[in-house]
Design a protein around this ligand. Structure first.
Ligand SMILES: [Zn+2]
Length: 470
């Protein structure tokens, strides 16, 4: 049999036998194999009928798919004097590329980094090394259900080579292996920002008709906040009121992903027109009239979330029994006991304590002759004492029924230079106007924005505006 084979093949067989002997002696256990080994498969790629030989080899060594030999164990020693099967090292590298596996998993509720990665077969050491790179920022500790983790492993060693937590469509954080540690980098994509224009006519409510006109709910809430100083959206809205809005839309890969700021907006309410333009000053971004007056007022209209007005302002009220004049110099807002009461404007507390009929009462001085009073309070919040400075919206106390009160409510008074005004209707002063320096650059900008708004109006909106001006 053997005699029939060509000499070349004979030599080869003897070579392979010799190799096998080396392999079996040097590596009785494949676990000892490490990186400086090359696979036998690679060595035989250059030889005729090498696949057949390999199959034979594998049959002899069924435990492993590839048999490894050390790089320095030259197969062309005594046993194969005439045939070289040694492979140059550059060729070895080329024929045994490292292969990597990319995977992607979605974070589920209750997942932690270690739970998630260990279930994917990542070693505890690698998980530890990644978390070490995130020690300062702790982004991985805050991962949320629905986010995605992409990771890459070395198929040969099982090592984690890269991990990315995709936080949202714009932001992700990546950990890349560098020897024995991971480097952390943050990536943020910038969406394309485009100006958009919408308008709506109100026949039901701001929200119903706004949504119907394609204005997103968050934008409608912002609109209500911008114009809420001038318009009470629960009481003042009339059928046929209209609004127009110039705002930013954000796009990513051609798809709309959300909105940015409201650049400017216009509201026609009950025959009056209001315009607001967003502008950034040192004090932050705020909305101003085209003349540079703040849209925001120095006072909030109602300092408490109330269920109903239980008694109106009435300076000429007659006592129901005595028929004598017993004016009601404030407004009563019925609210559950304990409801927070807010400071209506910036100022200084001039009184916090008990006063006969008022019960627990707070008086705030706002300067320029303005004063507000809050009575029948259940109690005061921390820091509410005489002389303390408060800012608009700070919680100063809680609704109660101390003093002469038949049920929990806030009795609220608004005084200008000592005269009581109706808190529901008093004209509230604007917040501080724009600083003079900013005004110089604001006015030309505002002019341009107003022009953009006007050019965008639909014919019917323009007509409505024109009819108001006549
Ligand atoms: Zn009252």
């Amino acid at each position: 049999m053997i005699k029939l084979l060509p000499t070349k093949h004979l030599l080869l067989i003897s070579g392979v036998s010799a190799l096998l002997a080396i392999v079996l002696i040097a590596f009785p256990d494949e676990k000892t194999a490490d990186n400086n080994l090359i696979s036998l498969e690679a060595n035989f790629e250059v030889i005729d009928q090498s696949q057949l030989m390999l199959q034979d080899l594998q049959r002899l060594n069924p435990k492993s798919n590839t048999v490894s030999i050390p790089l320095d164990a030259t197969p062309s020693n005594n046993a194969t004097p005439t045939y070289e099967i040694q492979t140059p090292s550059n060729l070895v590298k080329k024929s045994t590329p490292e292969t990597f596996k990319e995977q992607s998993v979605e974070v589920k509720s209750g997942d932690s980094l270690s739970k998630l990665l260990s279930s994917e077969g990542i070693s505890a050491q690698d998980i530890y090394k990644v978390s070490l790179a995130d020690k300062k920022q702790k982004t991985l500790l805050q991962m949320r259900p629905g986010q995605t983790i992409q990771f890459t492993t070395n198929e040969t060693t099982g090592e984690l080579t890269q991990l990315t937590l995709i936080l949202n469509r714009l932001d992700s954080v990546t950990f890349e292996r560098n020897d024995n540690k991971f480097n952390r980098t943050e990536t943020s994509r910038t969406p394309e920002v485009v100006q958009a224009y919408k308008e709506a006519e109100i026949n039901n409510s701001l929200f119903v008709d706004g949504l119907r006109s394609g204005i997103d709910q968050p934008l409608l809430i912002e609109l209500a906040n911008i114009f809420g100083w001038d318009i009470d959206f629960a009481l003042d809205i009339r059928k046929g009121d209209s609004l127009s809005i110039l705002y930013e839309e954000k796009y990513l890969d051609g798809e709309k992903i959300g909105h940015g700021n409201i650049i400017a907006a216009q509201f026609i309410n009950n025959g009056r027109t209001y315009q607001a333009i967003r502008y950034q000053t040192e004090k932050g971004a705020n909305y101003y009239t085209p003349d540079g007056l703040a849209m925001r007022k120095a006072f909030i209209r109602t300092p408490v979330d109330f269920t109903r007005i239980s008694s109106k302002f009435n300076p000429n009220r007659l006592h129901p029994i005595f028929k004598t004049s017993r004016p009601h110099r404030g407004v009563d807002y019925a609210a559950a006991s304990g409801t927070p009461v807010k400071a209506a404007g910036d100022g200084k507390i001039s009184f916090a304590g008990k006063q006969n009929g008022y019960g627990n009462v707070v008086i705030i001085d706002h300067g320029k002759g303005y004063q507000t009073l809050y009575a029948h309070l259940k109690g005061f919040s921390k820091g509410t004492k005489r002389g303390a400075r408060v800012q608009q919206g700070n919680i100063i106390a809680y609704v109660g029924q101390t003093g002469w009160a038949t049920g929990p409510h806030l009795h609220y008074e608004f005084r200008i230079n000592g005269t009581h005004k109706n808190p529901v209707t008093v004209k509230l002063p604007n917040d501080d106007p724009m600083p003079k320096n900013d005004l110089k650059s604001y006015l030309p900008y505002a002019k341009q924005v107003v022009a953009t708004l006007s050019n965008s109006h639909s014919p019917s909106f323009a007509q409505k505006l024109a009819s108001l001006k006549e």
